[in-house]
Design a protein around this ligand. Structure first.
Ligand code: AHG
Ligand code: MN
Ligand code: MN
Length: 319
């Protein structure tokens, strides 16, 4: 049996003690969030608050609590210089002598909280000694991961050497359940919010039409973490495209703490993650809460979409 601690010990030479301490603290925070979620209705942690975050979304009590748990985790590690969160307007300076920024979506899929459906925490660690080093492409991520809080609590992470999956046992210890997770290159299943089809571009519309015609199945949990976890287990493709009626608005999901960490995990597991004609991990961010279109999953499926986007760019250039 490989526990998370044993795994961390084995990573110390490659990552260095400071980065391992950051990862240990973030994992411990996800364990606390998992505990808090289990009895949240009994503790009155339901519904929404009157507070809206910088993106105009009503915060749930558990969004705020999870954010606080992660902030406390950052404060406890001297090498953390900054925290960036969906629930915070701007980056928060943590330790002046720190070296890393921890970037997180404290609770992903929080609209699913009150219906007892899987939610998650998404996180990423980059080197950033000053605030102006935070906006860099996803290729610079040192660690990325998510915790999925479902029937089981599962921690999925990459430190640059494949993807490892841990499951929380009854005693609160993360135990490795997959040493080298891979996303199957082909799978006939897609995840998209079909209610928004009037806003899809022609590439996405054609892909989905073709997928339905060729017998693909559809799933949409409404928590990207849960949809991602399914793709890790049986493949498929996830799409949250830009709204073609709102040019320049990006998409729904945020680059720094949703698209980038999931993009790194997906690529590390042999999948692909794109925004259209570009890979998610190659985008140079312009702001902390920037939204981007997101397409990721099984390589063969994502390649079909990437090829169609490339053809569109070539057609436009030829006109
Ligand atoms: P968050 O709860 O962190 O704001 O993120 C929710 C995201 C993502 O988890 C999910 O895939 C998507 O929003 C769902 O969007 P729709 O409500 O448009 O289906
Ligand atoms: Mn989210
Ligand atoms: Mn969230």
């Amino acid at each position: 049996m490989t526990t998370f601690e044993t795994f961390l010990d084995a990573q110390t030479d490659a990552l260095g003690g400071d980065l391992v301490a950051v990862l240990r603290a973030v994992a411990e925070a996800t364990r606390k969030i998992s505990d808090t979620l289990k009895t949240s209705s009994l503790d009155g942690l339901t519904g929404a608050t009157e507070i809206t975050n910088v993106q105009g979304e009503a915060q749930k009590p558990l969004d705020i609590l999870s954010n606080d748990i992660l902030l406390d985790a950052c404060r406890a590690v001297p090498s953390v210089a900054f925290a960036v969160s969906e629930e915070l307007d701007a980056e928060v300076a943590i330790h002046v002598d720190g070296r890393y920024a921890v970037i997180f979506d404290p609770l992903d899929g929080s609209s699913n909280l009150d219906v007892n459906v899987t939610v998650g925490t998404i996180f990423s660690v980059i080197e950033a000694k000053s605030a102006d080093e935070i906006l860099k492409s996803g290729r610079h991520q040192l660690i990325a991961g998510y915790a999925a809080y479902g029937p089981q609590t599962t921690l999925v992470l990459t430190t640059g050497r494949g993807v490892q999956i841990f499951t929380l046992d009854a005693a609160g210890t993360y135990v490795m359940t997959t040493a080298d997770a891979k996303i199957t290159p082909e799978a006939k299943e897609f995840a998209i919010n079909a209610a928004r089809r009037a806003s899809w571009d022609d590439v996405v519309s054609a892909y989905i039409e073709d997928a339905i015609d060729s017998g693909h199945n559809m799933r949409w949990v409404g928590s990207m973490v849960a949809d991602t976890h399914r793709i890790f287990n049986r493949g498929g493709v996830f799409l949250y495209p830009a709204d073609r009626n709102k040019p320049g608005a990006g998409g729904r999901l945020r680059l720094l703490y949703e698209a980038n960490p999931i993009g790194l995990l997906v690529e590390a597991a042999g999948g692909e993650a794109i925004i259209g004609n570009e890979k998610i991990l190659d985008i140079a961010p312009t702001s902390l809460h920037q939204r981007v279109p997101v397409i990721f999953g099984s390589k063969a499926e994502v390649d079909k979409l990437a090829t169609a986007y490339r053809a569109r760019v070539l057609e436009a250039a030829a006109e």
